[in-house]
Structure formats: C-alpha cells, structure tokens
Design a binder for this molecule. Sequence first.
Ligand code: ATP
Length: 245
Amino acid sequence: MAVIEVEDATFAYGDQPVVEDVSLTVEEGEFLGLVGPNGSGKTTLLGLMIGLRQPDSGSVRLFGEPAGSRETGQRVGYVPQDVAGDERGMPVTVREAVRMGRYPSRPFGRFGDDDHAAVDAALERVGITDLVDRRVGRLSGGQRQRVFIARALAAEADLLALDEPTVGVDAESREAFYDLLGDLNEDGMTIVLIEHDIGVVTTHASEIACLNRELYFHGDPETFVETDALAEAYGGSQSVVHHQH
Ligand SMILES: Nc1ncnc2c1ncn2[C@@H]1O[C@H](COP(=O)(O)OP(=O)(O)OP(=O)(O)O)[C@@H](O)[C@H]1O
C-alpha cells in the first residue's frame, strides 16, 4: 500500500518556486532517504508529503487520504530540524514529552493502563528508560531525537518523517541513532529521512530521492550511486556532498 503519493506537486514561496512538478510514491515499509543541496526544497517537500503544507498545484495523498487532515496527521511522527530550538527551556520531563504522543486520543487526559503501557514500551524501544525524569531541554541532541521518536511510537505513528535528525550529534551516537531507525524500519515502520550525508542514506535507506527543486532521481541506492543524478542535482559538482565514511 502507498503511504505517500505525491503527484505533480509544485510549491513556491511568493514568486520563488521551491518544489516543481514532483511526483513520487512512498510504499508501506519503505525507508526513503531524501537528499539534495542546501536550499533545494527538501524540508518543503517533506512538509508537503506529510500535509504540513498544501501544494500550489498537484496533489498529495497520505494513507490514501488528502494530506493535511487531522486523522492522517496523527499517524505521522515528525522530527523537525533543530528540535533543540523548540524544546530548549521547556520544563517537561522525558516521560511527559513521550506521554504527549497519547494526548490526541485522550483529550481530557484520562490515561488508562494501555496508555501507560504504550509510553513505557516506547521509552524502552528507543532505549531511554533511564532518562524518564530528566528535562528534555537538558538532554544531548541525540537523546532528544530519541524522545521525539518515542513520542511517535507512543502515538502509534505509522510513518516517521525526520529532517536531518543528527546535525550536531557525535559520530558514535549518530551511528546508534541510524541503527535504531533501521531496526524500526525492519519492524515495519515507514521512514522518510532528510539527510546530508550520502553515506548514511546509501547505507540505511531502501530508496533514495534526490531533489533540487525538481526530482533528479528516485530509485534504489545501488542505482543512485551508479548514475550521475547526484552530480547533476548538485550542479555538476560532488564536492559539496559531505561523505562521512
Ligand atoms: N518560510 C519560508 N519563506 C520563504 N522562503 C523559504 C521559507 N522556507 C524556506 N524558504 C526558501 O525555500 C528554499 C528551499 O528551502 P527548504 O528548507 O525547503 O530547503 P532544504 O533543501 O531543506 O534546505 P537545507 O538543506 O538548507 O535545510 C530555500 O531557498 C529557502 O530559503
């Protein structure tokens, strides 16, 4: 089943076109790596894919429904860029932050055993049970990203959408973080990941989309490294790509 169906989507900020005629489908269980140069429209396209923005023309369907409805939104765990900025100073504990994932279905805050069990299971799944009473704003970048993932798991999200989640995270934590994403994907979670590091994407993703306003490539990692899509999207130069390995 298709989780995301983007058809001829175009989006501009004012008169600056940022996403042009993009069509792509993300199937259930897929791990899509979204790459492209700085300012190439990746964050904007991700926003279109999960219904945070509406295309100027074309269409986006999420779980078979027009993207942007409350129902489809609840099935998406979104980890935005620079979550540090959002959460710093917020006096919520890790447990409280993860529990927020249950709020949409419990508007009056009446939590039952199943809610507590879901929160505990999510904390355990991402390996942060020892952090439950810590404040989110005081965690390291890598730990904070795990809180966001745990919140999505507690919410029983079917899709994780992550925007450069390991910027500023040390190499060892990065590796552990991507191993976790890989494990979640193996368990059936559909993942869309914006990532600068082509090495990470070709290692972990099952599909790659390369964007520079238009879609330059969409296919499997093996084909991606064999084609010139990357160099073309980057304007003929690969030197701007940060290879980690
Ligand atoms: N809210 C906004 N208003 C106006 N222009 C914007 C807005 N958000 C982004 N842009 C511009 O749109 C273009 C694409 O931005 P976007 O964040 O989607 O790209 P990106 O590929 O995610 O970039 P990066 O890799 O640097 O995060 C950029 O030129 C950016 O300056």
